[in-house]
Design a protein around this ligand. Structure first.
Ligand code: EPU
Length: 422
């Protein structure tokens, strides 16, 4: 296992390029199962979660090619086994995205229940209940979801009890292959869902209402895409860079982003007093450092609200604000694991249920700390950059699951950060 050693505090300078979006790449890669011929992808980020996804597809019998430097992946969807085993799904909960395409294309799937993780229980009951409405028989036995279709998939109206991103994605795959009309109410409108829906539409699907909470799907045949599928830039990585720039009070340019997907995040940073310019038709952000930050009240919410995947990063930044801030985590029940680690560095944070109260400004001093999940890892690296002295962040495999070479990118911006084996 690797750890990162950070010498702080650091000021950074220069320009950093945002990689392809993890949460967009994963559903688009699983979509290859729906086709008969090779599907090609570009701008695939170099991440552990991509490694796990390709491994899973290979175990099903698919051919895969990955040019890691060039960011290109090709998948030949020759599925023989409809099994997504626990050994892979436990490494990456998004393995649940195998369920929809396997059921849609082959009428059967055996997919491991993902289980809980560091941020909450994360059940998949909404996926299962929705599939049943479309005519899928689903049994849960010995830790596996056994899904089968006797006869054919028939469109239905589904009301999700809560907005679910991968739940909506699983239903898009199945809805496009079902006979007739499927309506998804309280559907997720995250940009990653829109990207998947638009890709399917480019292959002949008839999906309307993408980007809203009501999605309508008319089932019909799909044609294999003739052009490579482009993975959009990672809005969470871009937001993480803005928080790093603001925390280290560094003038940084962040390129290859899509600021239209970052409205709530940029609004929150600006409310704190940050100066952020959006350039080149919203593909570039220029962060201008500020001396003082205002405290904030933030609540995470489904898109277009403030993303839970940016909660840890803004919470860390709010430790530098002058006064009391509150952060409410409304999506996951246990997503404050980073707080105990930040406290080790000197943060003054109190947790009450799903509310964190932060007293700032705090002075951080380096200490050994441990990453617990992906976004928590990013906030701990950010905290290390502003701490005086040496911070060692252990268990950074979480970071490598979802950020392409964050330490290398930081080094190029001037950070004193080294990777060591533990
Ligand atoms: N939920 C249920 N039952 C379900 C599905 C969801 O109770 O069947 C609950 C969850 O427990 C949670 C809420 O509904 O409280 C929303 O969960 P959602 O299903 O939307 O989460 P997800 O699809 O498992 C995706 C991202 C997460 C991101 C969330 C929320 C991917 C691969 N993962 O997860 O990303 O935090 O949406 O936006 O797209 C990350 O990248 O670090 C990450 C965790």
């Amino acid at each position: 296992m690797d750890a990162l050693i950070i010498e702080g505090p650091t000021q950074l300078s220069g320009s950093v390029e945002v990689s392809g979006s993890k949460n967009s790449a994963l559903p688009l890669l699983f979509a290859s199962i729906l086709f008969n011929d090779k599907v090609c992808y570009e701008n695939i980020p170099r991440l552990w979660d991509i490694e796990t996804t390709l491994k899973l597809l290979e175990m099903m019998g698919c051919g895969t090619e990955w040019d890691k430097e060039g960011g290109r992946v090709a998948i030949i969807p020759t599925v023989k086994s409809k099994l997504a085993p626990y050994e892979q799904v436990k490494k990456m909960r998004a393995g649940i995205l195998a369920l929809g395409p396997l059921v849609a294309k082959y009428g059967e799937a055996k997919v491991s229940l993902p289980g809980g993780c560091a941020i909450g229980a994360r059940p998949v009951n909404y996926h299962i209940e929705a599939l049943r409405k479309l005519g899928v028989t689903v049994e849960v036995e010995e830790g596996y979801i056994h899904a089968s279709v006797v006869g054919k998939l028939v469109g239905a109206e589904i009301l999700f009890p809560e907005v679910t991103v991968t739940g909506t994605e699983n239903l898009l795959y199945v809805g496009v292959m079902a006979e007739g009309k499927t309506v998804l109410q309280n559907a997720a409108c995250e940009p990653e869902v829109v990207a998947l829906g638009e890709f399917l539409n480019s292959c002949g699907a008839k999906i309307s209402g993408l980007g809203t909470h009501t999605i309508t799907i008319e089932g019909g045949p799909l044609v294999t895409p003739s052009h490579p599928v482009q993975i959009p830039p990672d809005r969470i990585e871009a937001g993480t860079w803005v928080s790093i720039a603001l925390a280290t009070r560094s003038a940084i340019e962040i390129t290859r982003c899509d600021t239209s997907q970052m409205t709530s995040v940029l609004a929150a940073f600006r409310q704190m007093g940050a100066k952020i310019e959006e350039l080149n038709q919203g593909t570039c952000l220029k962060v201008i450092p500020t001396e003082r930050y205002n405290p904030l009240h933030i609540e995470t919410a489904p898109y277009p609200g403030f993303p839970t995947d940016m909660q840890a990063q803004i919470l860390t930044l709010l430790c530098m604000a002058e006064g009391r801030s509150t952060v409410v985590e409304s999506i996951f029940e246990n997503r404050f694991m980073h707080v105990a680690e930040l406290q080790r560095l000197g943060a003054k944070i109190e947790i009450n249920g799903n509310v964190a109260t932060i007293e700032g400004p705090a002075k951080f001093r380096g200490a050994p700390i441990m990453a617990t999940d992906l976004r928590a890892s990013a906030c701990l690296v950010l905290a290390g950059l502003i701490s005086k002295g040496t911070t060692k962040v252990s268990r950074i495999y979480h970071l490598d699951r979802g950020y392409q070479r964050l330490d290398e990118k930081l080094r190029r911006l001037g950070a004193k950060i080294t990777r060591v084996a533990e």
